[in-house]
Design a protein around this ligand. Structure first.
Ligand code: CA2
Length: 154
């Protein structure tokens, strides 16, 4: 039996604290809740989710290398590394599958240092400010791109 196509969902530093700290900013859903929603969204259409979180920049780069030839799409919330990491940008630039950058909060309405993204120039789409739903929007979009069943052109 063929393996189901996989969408990688990568999460950067401190996102493991979701739902446990700063709920006024990041809400009450935990990262495990978000993982479950992504799996629920992907399961019906026949996709697998490879869901990961790391606090380490090099590990994030390693995960991209590991998944770049197998994943049919990437959802990435690189958290603070979004705004700082040339290494992350360079790793994502080697990926041919579509990438959707996700942020729980509207980074453009926050501090100026959050307005710059090293991910956005290599992303197909950017979703910010939709909370946890942003992840499921991203998964849905990647499934649409992979199955070509919807009008996905910008
Ligand atoms: O809005 C987002 O999703 C961010 O990627 C979250 C990052 C922040 O650095 C980005 O500018 C925007 C921070 C993630 C930290 O997550 C926490 C969750 C709960 C409590 C404390 C931190």
């Amino acid at each position: 039996m063929n393996a189901r196509p996989t969408i990688a969902v990568l999460n950067g530093p401190n996102l493991a604290l979701l739902g446990r700290r700063e709920p006024h900013l990041y809400g009450t859903a935990t990262l495990a809740d978000i993982e479950r929603s992504c799996r629920r969204t992907a399961d019906g259409p026949g996709f697998d989710i490879d869901f990961r979180q790391t606090n380490h920049e090099g590990t994030l780069v390693d995960q991209i290398h590991e998944l770049r030839d197998s994943a049919v799409g990437f959802v990435i919330n690189a958290a603070a590394y979004t705004h700082t990491s040339v290494a992350l940008h360079d790793a994502l630039a080697t990926v041919t599958a579509p990438i959707v950058e996700v942020h729980l909060t509207n980074v453009h309405a926050r501090e100026a240092f959050r307005h710059r993204s090293f991910v956005a120039p290599v992303a197909k789409a950017v979703i910010a400010g939709c909370g946890p739903e942003g992840y499921t929007f991203a998964v849905r979009h990647l499934i649409a791109l992979a199955t070509d069943t919807e009008e996905t052109a910008p």
